[in-house]
Ligand binder design. Structure first.
Ligand SMILES: *Cc1c(COP(=O)(O)O)cnc(C)c1O
Length: 361
């Protein structure tokens, strides 16, 4: 590339995002438990709505996303005017960095935060700052200690990926109370629906102007490939984000599929219930094999092995059995594997394979 054609500062510091594996050589249909996807697939109601929407796909989509915002507001008991729809929650998280952080500013997140957070910060030209965690749980005091006059955003996934742990409302409130006026707290609720009794931070957003919540259709709703997420924030923040998002960021197919999915209460409830049951089965079965994990508030478990060597050997053995899970060395856990909770028969396969692995290793 000719020398004067240079990207903005920070861009070349970004290590490209690496997703979960989706193929094993020689295996036709691997059991994919590497990306926290819904093991039951998309809701049939959403598939039907998308097929119907295809007939009108010569038309430009809505730019204000009003029907989807209305559906989300109704189902979650929220104010539709405070909702923004994005191409996955990724887009909402990116827009937040673009709008509120830039060169000279700092973006803070916990040690085991989502691997996209530094990418959002660096893309905006801002400086990523990491706060240590305490035993795989977000440490509010460590975050507060790293706030400077330059801090503009804090990204916090709750429950967290890949640790599976949940920060209680009292701790979230303590964090929000401790923030200086120029700083926004972004609660990434990608897994909020899997944490019983947790509202993703919706009530906090309603009560204060410095908190933003993001949610996604990619996990519980089984629509990762559709790319739909949303944010809930004060009218001021929504106004700012709406100015910089593309007017046609959401396809008509995506809007129709997500609206049907969010109205399909039965689908969500069934998936939540099966997830809770199978999550307990998976972590209990792992424990019997001597593999520890924290109590998960998500749709995956973080299985901790005795060493990196053992984790890698377990990953290789699972692959040989056609099962894909996620090594998480890149997140700071070289001795662990992140395993998405599957259907009952999937959990059985994982536990059987790991029992065999234990027997032969
Ligand atoms: C999966 C995930 C998301 C969701 O991303 P989408 O763009 O909505 O698919 C966001 N945050 C975390 C921590 C995740 O694991």
């Amino acid at each position: 590339m000719p020398a004067p054609i240079r990207p903005q500062p920070g861009i070349l510091e970004i290590a490209p995002y690496k997703g979960g594996d989706s193929a094993i050589t020689g295996v036709d249909t691997p059991l994919k438990l590497s990306s926290n996807e819904n093991p039951f697939g998309p809701p049939p109601s959403a598939v039907a709505a998308m097929q119907a929407a295809a007939a009108n796909i010569h038309r430009y989509p809505s730019t204000d996303h009003a029907p989807l915002r209305q559906a989300i507001a109704e189902m979650h008991g929220l104010d539709a005017d405070r909702i923004i729809i994005g191409v996955g929650s990724d887009e909402v998280l990116t827009l937040l960095a673009m709008a509120f952080a830039g060169p000279g500013d700092e973006v803070l997140y916990p040690e085991y935060g989502f691997s996209m957070y530094p990418i959002f910060a660096l893309s905006a030209g801002a400086t990523p700052v990491v706060a240590p965690e305490a035993g795989r749980v977000v440490d509010v005091d460590a975050l507060l200690a790293r706030i400077t006059p330059a801090t503009r955003l804090i990204y916090l996934a709750n429950p967290a990926n890949p640790t599976t742990t949940l920060l209680e409302n009292a701790e979230l409130t303590r964090l929000a109370d401790g923030l200086p006026a120029q700083c926004l707290l972004v609660l990434d609720g990608a897994y909020a629906e899997f944490a019983e009794g947790y509202d993703g931070g919706a009530a906090m957003v309603g009560a204060r102007d410095n908190v933003v919540m993001t949610r996604t259709f990619s996990k519980l709703y089984g629509l990762g490939g559709l790319r739909v997420g949303w944010g809930y924030a004060s009218p001021h923040v929504i106004d700012v984000l709406t100015r910089i998002r593309g007017p046609f960021n959401m396809s008509a197919i995506a809007l129709a599929g997500a609206e049907a999915a969010v109205r399909d209460r039965a689908f969500a409830r069934t998936c939540q219930q099966v997830n809770a049951e199978q999550r307990a089965r998976l972590s209990g079965g792992l424990r019997q094999l001597g593999i520890q994990s924290d109590d998960s508030h998500t749709n995956f478990v973080l299985a901790r092995f005795a060493s990196e060597t053992e984790a890698l050997a377990a990953d290789a053995y699972l692959k040989s059995q056609g099962i894909l899970v996620r090594p998480v060395k890149g997140y700071g856990f070289p001795d662990a594997l992140r395993i998405t909770v599957g259907r009952p028969e999937d959990v059985t396969r994982v536990l059987d394979a790991l029992a065999e692995f234990r027997g032969i290793s």
